[in-house]
Design a protein around this ligand. Sequence first.
Ligand code: ATP
Length: 364
Amino acid sequence: MADIEIRNLHKTYPGGTELATNDVSLHVDQGEFMVLLGPSGCGKTTLLRMVAGLDLPDQGSIRIGGRDVTYLPPQERNLSMVFQSYAVFPHRKVRANIAFGLAMKKVPKDELERKVAWAADLLQLTPYLDRYPAQLSGGQRQRVAVARAIVMDADVLLMDEPLSNLDALLRLDFRAELKKIVQHLGTTTLYVTHDQVEAMSLSDRVAVMRKGRIVQLGHPITVYEEPAEKFVGGFIGSPPMNFLDAAVSGGELRIGDQRMAAPAFLTESAHTAGAANGGMPVTMGIRAEHISLVGEGTGAGLEARVEVVEPLGHATLLTVDLEGQRLKVQVPSTVRLDPDQSVALRPDPEALRFFDPETQMGLS
Ligand code: ATP
């Protein structure tokens, strides 16, 4: 086991106009499960490939366990990799597939057999050791790829979208299995995905990337609840965070013609900024599950009109129109509503987040 220290990595591909990674620094603690999360093209794979030694940075350094590996070839970094495609050899049996790296390293036969048996047991592959990959399900093939990586006793495990070829159900199953295995091994892991649910469920910490940069790094729940910028709130969560154009004035938050109490810190900044008549514009962020319905006609709550009702089983998702702005509201599945009905909404004041409409950065 070892930590990974990534410092100021810059990388541009030949012919590329933008930096694939732009001054990325990241420390992965020993034994930590770190997920790199972000939309397609944000530089996750590039970063992972540089840690793996498959690509070289233009600038910056990478240390694994304190050793500078920036320009070392992959085989001298003591790491294992699992990639998107199953990457198992079709003409070798499961046993030989798992043993591949060990055989290359000329590990003695009895040790090799012991390790293969151990990994096969951990990944529930023992009954399949004498089958060919074509005789396995997708999930089993993926487990072979993971088994092959973990037998190597590497300091660091690198995984790039290892679940992406699995169907939704298998993915869910294997996600939990993978979490159990990695927790059991305690190997330092760097894992790439664009799937925010996978990132939330697996990671000790998640690094959210955008356009070659890490825009937020933290515990998954913190990143979910306290996005550092609007982009993060809109990328993480299903449905994504709701955003409403609002203005702060005289201790109130105005959304169109409707009002609610503004948090003290915003009232102060509006005052300091000497906000003009219309108030200080802000983008208000609130998650669907943090809005509740209040009794209509009580004068409380923000008036909205239901547009769409989607029963999800465990809850019902409403799309509502609030002063011409659309938002999602999650209500208990026992609530019965029809399109066009009026509702009164109460956003949980504790769960409100605010962003600068121009820079889109979080306000606090
Ligand atoms: P995805 O989730 O789609 O795999 P990603 O976040 O892993 O995306 P990268 O593959 O790291 O993104 O790509 C980052 C940027 O670098 C993108 O703009 C991409 O087009 C570019 N890029 C990646 N590989 C190459 C290459 N071999 N040559 C030129 N440009 C590349």
